[in-house]
Design a protein around this ligand. Structure first.
Ligand SMILES: [Zn+2]
Length: 338
């Protein structure tokens, strides 16, 4: 179900549309789990390709091969170290040895040093004769210093260079950066297309619909849930287990993932209170919704917890506290009307 370029089917028309545009900087934005990074990389690969088709890169030439093995001299990826490692991009020697020696942890932000390298890259002439590309992802992980350094380069691009910024949180970017880029919002796939894609990625057909629901319709998030062993059955049982205070029902999720799960539950209860359909859970699987005031308090507290969740003092204790809070919120339900 993937296209020749290995791109998910709902992204192929986007790639074609982007390849027809002229400019030097793009901002690919949209909800998480839709494939911003994959689309950005496919676009960069097509621009650098020696024999591009209207649909994307050829996938055969020396340039395509160099991108595939992560050694293209005219492609600079600007990412936090955590993302570089997850997505298989090599770190520079100094960084790698610092991390190997445990001198520091991999960064979750785009580091100033990496931005300096990118600015240097932007000023060099290209090596392979098809221009240069800087891919920034997730673009919202730039701090004020790195964002301003990028802004200068965006304002005065030297030579044949193109930028593609990919983000799941465009509102966190400097307005001056957004206004320098051609904006492109990623489309949502239909549930049929997403389910077929999940099946092609090896997810059991019986699980696809339930996982897509748990992921709020975001196919890549659904795939990640499947890879982490999530089961639609356990997901369906989760809201009522939270009302009973069962920590085990979170299935050993790390605090950030557990908070996201509880935020989905809180969201759905707020939606049902407002007379709307739940998005992540089936209505039948939800407990009676607590009063708005309790939901508002719970939602605020979850948002606060999310800020410290990456480095919890004690993950086990944090999960227990989260579940205990969920339990009391869920049990503050107003008495049923006759
Ligand atoms: Zn090629």
């Amino acid at each position: 179900m993937t296209t020749a370029a290995g791109l998910a089917p709902w992204l192929a028309p986007s790639l074609e549309a982007l390849l027809r545009q002229r400019g030097h900087a793009w901002l690919l934005q949209g909800a998480s789990g839709l494939g911003q990074y994959e689309l950005g990389l496919a676009l960069a690969t097509a621009w650098l390709c020696e024999r591009p088709t209207g649909q994307g890169a050829c996938g055969q030439c020396a340039s395509c091969h160099a991108v595939a093995v992560r050694t293209h001299a005219d492609l600079c990826v600007l990412m936090p170290e955590v993302q570089m490692m997850e997505l298989g991009w090599p770190l520079d020697e100094k960084t790698q040895s610092d991390l190997d020696d445990k001198k520091r942890k991999p960064s979750r932000e785009i580091r100033v040093e990496a931005m300096r390298d990118a600015v240097g890259f932007a000023q060099r002439t290209n090596a392979r004769g098809h221009g240069k590309v800087v891919l920034v992802y997730p673009a919202e992980r730039m701090n004020a210093i790195t964002a301003n350094a990028l802004l200068k380069t965006l304002e005065e691009p030297v030579g044949d260079i193109r930028f593609v910024l990919a983000t799941e949180a465009a509102w966190q970017l400097l307005p001056t950066i957004r206004s320098r880029c051609i904006g492109f919002t990623l489309p949502w796939p239909s549930s049929d297309v997403a389910a077929r894609w999940l099946a092609a990625e090896g997810v059991a057909a019986a699980d696809a619909t339930g996982l897509l629901r748990a992921a709020g319709g975001r196919p890549q998030d659904a795939l990640r849930l499947a890879q982490n062993g999530a089961s639609p059955k356990a997901w369906a049982a989760l809201p009522k287990a939270m009302a009973r205070g069962e920590v085990a029902a979170l299935g050993g999720q790390a605090p950030p993932a557990a908070i996201e799960t509880l935020q989905k539950l809180c969201h759905d209860l707020m939606a049902t209170r407002a007379g709307a359909a739940p998005r992540f859970f089936e209505a039948a699987d939800l407990p009676l919704a607590p009063p708005d005031s309790a939901l508002a308090r719970w939602s605020k507290s979850l948002a606060n917890a999310a800020k410290t969740a990456e480095h919890p003092f004690n993950p086990g204790l944090m999960l227990e506290a989260l579940v205990s809070e969920a339990q009391s919120a869920l049990n503050s339900a107003a008495p049923r009307r006759p």
